[in-house]
Design a protein around this ligand. Structure first.
Ligand code: SF4
Length: 391
């Protein structure tokens, strides 16, 4: 039966995959056939032979946080001796480093810091806009927006409006993790329900802020939980499309990192034996996401958690983007990821060795002029373009 469902996903306009059928494919479909159909779908959604990447950097401006997610080794509670909050000048210094390598975007996220008022954020955004006008500012996550709203006594949409007026370009999709409350409220009880994340994202989309959707897997959840997560995002994207908004530009999934985290031990008593996920499961997840999201244009392969080789394999199974250079990462890496920076040449070589043309992009997925920084690596010949089926 899974074969019928999968074969039905071929061609330029397959029927929308239901939660039940997606779960069936997740649990039973042949791995290689699933990836092959997802790859075909990717070529219909994103024709041509380009795989994109972005020159950007992360800035984790504060590690003070009151939320206490069980999988997080980055945060420190207020008053802890290892807390930090970077000054505007320290943050700006990181932007200068990015400008030196032609960067176009900063992803700035931190903890939920109860000591920082809204003015601290809006003044920071204005300061950075003035000093670094060519860098797009994709900042904060829905839970940080909720934290700021609580500190200043405003609604989340009022906070988002103030940040946008100050010059913020986008609200990244961090903190979605698993938008199924059974799982979410178990691993991050203070983060609030899935509805909260989706509401703040919808507000951001209504203001034309650039948004992306993320997904962390490997908390011991089922395939059905994962598909339900995707379904919440797909529903919100439908609303965005109906309203004429851009909505989510992309979907990015990665497995939870637990190497130096006590999360696994805490959950052993609840029969959660297998946490995280390996490459095969990850690649299956990418393929399902490409087939499931008929309304989100881009699917990203994640090199920071899976490694460049697995991210490269994702390009053959539904992904059309390999992420960004990042330059630094302190949140996921605090739980065990070692590689937190990719050189442009590494991304270009990974893309080319997979047979694709490497293209720089900006935060909105506009293609940019791409210098050839790995001239010795030639792409394999491109596959022929897919033709619409005759009626
Ligand atoms: S994941 Fe984010 S919200 Fe959760 S504890 Fe860490 S910094 Fe705080």
């Amino acid at each position: 039966m899974w074969l019928d469902v999968l074969e039905g996903q071929r061609g330029p306009s397959p029927p929308r995959l239901s939660i039940e059928d997606a779960t069936l494919l997740y649990e039973e479909a042949d791995f290689n056939l699933l990836r092959s159909v997802a790859s075909e779908r990717r070529r219909y959604v994103n024709p041509g032979n380009h795989v994109t990447y972005m020159i950007d950097r992360n800035v984790n401006y504060t590690n003070v946080c009151t939320i206490n997610c069980q999988f997080c080794s980055f945060y420190r509670p207020p008053g802890h001796e290892e807390t930090y909050t970077q000054t505007y000048e320290q943050i700006s210094a990181r932007f200068y480093e990015l400008e030196e390598v032609d960067g176009v975007r900063v992803l700035m996220q931190g903890g939920v810091n109860p000591e920082l008022p809204l003015d601290w954020y809006t003044d920071l955004i204005r300061f950075l806009r003035k000093k670094h006008p060519s860098i797009a500012l994709d900042c904060f996550s829905p839970i940080e927006i909720e934290g700021i709203a609580e500190v200043c006594g405003l609604s989340t949409i009022e906070v988002l409006k103030s940040l946008k007026d100050a010059g913020m370009h986008g609200l990244p999709g961090g903190g979605a993790e698993m938008l199924v409350d059974d799982v979410r409220l178990d691993v991050s009880p203070l983060k609030g329900s899935a509805d909260n994340w989706l509401r703040v994202m919808k507000e951001a989309q209504s203001l034309n802020l650039t948004t992306s959707a993320t997904n962390v897997i490997g908390f011991g959840e089922t395939a059905l939980h994962r598909v339900k997560h995707m379904d919440r995002i797909r529903q919100l994207q439908d609303e965005a499309m109906d309203n004429g908004w851009v909505g989510f530009t992309s979907f990015i999934a990665w497995p939870v990192q637990l190497e130096v985290n006590v999360f696994g031990k805490r959950n052993r008593g609840r029969n959660r034996i297998e946490l995280g996920c390996g490459p095969t499961e990850y690649l299956r997840h990418v393929a399902i996401s490409r087939l499931f999201f008929d309304n989100i244009p881009h699917i990203q392969g994640s090199w920071p958690t899976m490694g460049l080789d697995v991210a490269q394999m994702a390009l053959f199974g539904g992904a059309d983007d390999i992420g960004s250079t990042m330059m630094e990462e302190n949140v996921v890496s605090a739980s065990g990821t070692e590689k937190t920076c990719a050189l442009e040449v590494e991304l270009q070589e990974a893309i080319r060795r997979a047979g694709f043309v490497a293209s720089r992009r900006d935060s909105d997925y506009n293609l940019l002029l791409t210098p050839d920084v790995s001239p010795d690596v030639q792409a394999f010949p491109a596959p022929p373009p897919l033709q619409p089926e005759a009626n």
